[in-house]
Write a protein that binds this ligand. Structure first.
Ligand SMILES: [Zn+2]
Length: 109
């Protein structure tokens, strides 16, 4: 499932990120190297959770509220965005993370 730069670097503050929103147990930030679309925000729980499938209900609500906060900012500023999380073989970092991305490649829908 790949590395965990969130527990290793972001949460302990070893790399500097632009924080957009924060709650007791969640963090939303712009990654230092944007990789997805023209504006890319990552939302994570600040304690280790492997994926959406391991997320407990209380933290799910708190995390989704933070996703909603940054998604609303993206819609206000850019008119729209994608919100997604990856699982299994498509998850390249073994810490649950949500992407809120503007202008990224759209999935077939
Ligand atoms: Zn982790």
């Amino acid at each position: 499932m790949g590395p965990d730069c969130y527990c290793d670097e972001v949460i302990p503050g070893k790399i500097e990120v632009e924080v957009l929103a924060q709650t007791e147990n969640t963090l939303a930030f712009r990654p230092p190297l944007p990789g997805f679309g023209t504006d890319h925000v990552i939302v994570i729980p600040t304690r280790h959770v492997s994926s959406l499938l391991d997320l407990d209900d209380d933290l799910a609500l708190e995390l989704l509220a933070t996703v909603k906060t940054v998604a609303a900012q993206a819609v206000d500023q850019h008119g729209g965005c994608q919100v997604l999380t990856t699982l299994g073989s498509e998850q390249h970092n073994r810490h649950l993370h949500w992407h809120v991305a503007v202008g990224g490649e759209s999935p077939v829908s």
